[in-house]
Design a protein around this ligand. Structure first.
Ligand code: NAI
Ligand code: MG
Length: 340
């Protein structure tokens, strides 16, 4: 197995080291190829994602990414030309983000609600394609457009992947999240696609929620969700709230999948580079470690993936919320348990 590793910037570097420590503990011998990409390289050489690097990573089995972004680089430069470019070029049309409240983890909702759902966020279309522009920039007559692109092909493939997932889960429940009452054209395509594909999955119960209502339900009745399928922008927002209700950004993992396996999928914690705590041994590496579990699951190493999840579950149940340990300490603890 050949793994491309992009630690990136800030705490991306801190948490990736621990994620690899845990990977080595459950599955020794994975070949890792390290890529120096992110703010430091950009500032040094002006390069963001050289074509030669993109070509090389295409040949790997998967990519593990830490985080990208630094205050020294104008916002959007690295996000668009590195992160989004990887997702688009490698056709990561499913952005999978599990939302699970582990036993012992405090939620701002209070109590111990049963939260266990996955979000299938479309990853290659919507308002993220760069289809737009400005006219008369920085004048009182400026015009700015950012067009949401939704294709029948693009919507169907992510909806189909979400239905397959729902079919494999116990509750077998799929919720389409959109804003069909206002966004009639895109919403219509999504709704009709869910209706059509859903006919092939008679065991799956289908539901629909407007995205604004999800902001309420996720806080009042998070148990109602099993599989959510939604567009790129709504998925971005829904998953941040989902991470918050499940104990915070330090625990939220994600996968950028090419389910057809025509290119390597990419696994990364949901959080960013957190410059405020970078290099201080303060970042929680758990999200990065859980991203490794998603990666192993995708690569057919289900046993190793389950091992990581159970080790994380045990550790979270025993953690002192006031004093969970530093980045390295948590990584070493998880790795030791995983190797046992
Ligand atoms: P952020 O996720 O980096 O940090 C938000 C807050 O959460 C900060 O207070 C941070 O200290 C805390 N935090 C984040 N991860 C944590 C962890 N593992 N353990 C403990 N605390 C943690 O988001 P922010 O501050 O908006 O962005 C910082 C930089 O990261 C920006 O350049 C942004 O563009 C970039 N970014 C990159 C992402 C990626 O690489 N996928 C995703 C989100 C932001
Ligand atoms: Mg986000």
């Amino acid at each position: 197995m050949k793994l491309g590793v992009i630690p990136g910037d800030g705490i991306g570097i801190d948490v990736t080291a621990e994620a690899l420590r845990v990977l080595d503990a459950v599955l020794p011998g994975v070949e890792k190829i390290d890529y120096d990409l992110g703010a430091a390289r950009y500032l040094r050489t002006g390069e963001i994602l050289p074509d030669s690097v993109l070509h090389e990573v295409r040949g790997h089995d998967a990519i593990l990414l830490g985080a990208i972004g630094d205050p020294s680089v104008p916002p959007g430069v690295l996000e668009r030309d590195l992160l989004l470019r990887l997702r688009f070029e490698l056709d990561h049309y499913v952005n999978l983000r599990p939302a699970k409240l582990y036993p012992g983890v405090a939620t701002p909702l209070g109590g111990a609600p049963e939260i266990d759902f996955v979000v299938y966020r479309e990853g290659t279309e919507g308002p993220y394609t760069g289809n737009g522009g400005v006219l008369r920039r920085a004048t009182p007559n400026e015009v700015a457009t950012e067009v949401s692109v939704n294709t029948a092909f693009g919507v169907e493939r992510v909806v189909r992947a979400a239905f397959r997932k729902a079919q494999s889960r116990e509750k077998k429940r799929l919720t389409l999240v959109h804003k069909t009452n206002v966004l009639k054209f895109a919403g219509g395509l999504w709704q009709r696609t869910v209706d059509a594909v859903g006919a092939e999955f008679p065991e799956v119960t289908v539901d629909y929620n407007h995205v604004d209502a999800v902001m309420i339900h996720l806080v009042t009745h998070p148990e109602r969700y099993d599989v959510i399928v939604t567009d790129n922008l709504f998925g971005d927002i829904v998953t941040d709230l989902a991470a918050a209700v499940c104990g915070g950004i330090g625990l939220a993992a994600s996968a950028n999948l090419n389910p057809d396996r025509q290119s390597p999928s990419m696994f990364e914690p949901v959080h960013g580079s957190a410059p405020d705590i970078a290099g201080q041994d303060k970042a929680d590496p758990t999200a990065a470690v859980l991203s490794v579990a998603l990666m192993l699951d995708h690569l057919g190493e289900a046993e190793a993936a389950a091992k990581i999840e159970s080790v994380v579950r045990d550790d979270l149940a025993k953690r002192d919320p006031e004093n969970p340990g530093g980045t390295r300490e948590i990584g070493e603890r998880l790795a030791a348990a995983a190797a046992a």
